[in-house]
Design a protein around this ligand. Sequence first.
Ligand code: NAD
Ligand code: TYD
Length: 354
Amino acid sequence: MTILVTGGAGFIGSNFILDWLEERDEPVINLDRLTYAGNLENLAELRGDPRYAFVRGDIGDRPLVENLLQKHAPRAVINFAAESHVDRSIHGPGDFIQTNIVGAFNLLECVRAHHSALNDAAKSAFRFLHVSTDEVYGSLDVDAPAFSETHRYAPNSPYSASKAASDHLARAYHRTYGLPVLTTNCSNNYGPFQFPEKLIPLMIVNALAGKSLPIYGDGMQIRDWLYVSDHCAAIRRVLDAGRPGETYNIGGWNEKPNLDIVRAIAGLLDEWRPRADGRSYGEQIAYVADRPGHDRRYAIDAGKIERELSWRPAETFATGLRKTVRWYLDHPEWLANVQSGAYRDWLEKNYAER
Ligand code: NAD
Ligand code: TYD
């Protein structure tokens, strides 16, 4: 048996593949287009591992995907591939529509054709797991209950709107064609291999470089944070035991305002890599113009996956953040390699005018 993972060279996908092959012997095919966010270095330890194969390509390339499905006959497809950064979606939504909607549609079409040709046993064992986000539900008031799986969709950014569209397509392919679809909606992830355009790695990198720590607006926007290996474990659990047609919210029971996150990072760096002048990294905090349409709060009610599939996060925010900051301190070469010219261009575009 084999699984096909898309977007496996990105942050969560590469953690997923590494954890999967540490736990199981089932081979993985990784289909990734290698956008700026895809990095094969994340998977360097798998070089020469016969259980792992990489294919460079687009989820929207139907002949390629059809060929892969035919050649490897995976018993499951796990779709991580996406454009994933809200700020980039504000500057340029086109790629988000292309990959997250059109690409997901093409992938679903290939998987539907593949599934319909399987024999009955293989058909009922097959799974298409679509990895999505809590951002599809939009913004919550401070005192509103957390998102359940039945919360109405109200995406506010081009990123979340494009993910919402793909969630709806995945749902429709289950209802209309009987494709055994599972959908997961997870909160903000953090951990090793996250590209330093997202809040936590960006703050670590900027702090160490002596740059300002840019807080959008008042910094009191709330997110739920989940350590990436907990997300990966939840996806494995849903793949193994989730009911086709169902969605599962995944979260860390850990809501925090952005400012608390940045202060916690500064505190750890003060302890492990004190500034030469003896002052705190917290002094580098700088308030900058807010993100347009910035969602105020996300919160996940992860009760369903806990009740039905007995999944709960293993890490607390304190333990997960320590592991994360430690990982970035211990991997300066990884960071240096991803901070290419294209990365510098992005920083210039996003922060110069704030
Ligand atoms: P990422 O941006 O780090 O990685 C995305 C990967 O997809 C990259 O390797 C990229 O090369 C690849 N890719 C992009 N377009 C492609 C295409 N057309 N064909 C094939 N590959 C393509 O993203 P991530 O943070 O690892 O997120 C993975 C998935 O999880 C996304 O679907 C995202 O919406 C979802 N998600 C992310 C978070 C989070 O906090 N990062 C939270 C919940 C859900
Ligand atoms: P981000 O990591 O981009 O994830 P998302 O927008 O998908 O939640 O941002 C997390 C939060 O941090 C979000 O409220 C925006 C905020 N933020 C900043 O305040 N400054 C920054 O430089 C970045 C990148 C994000």
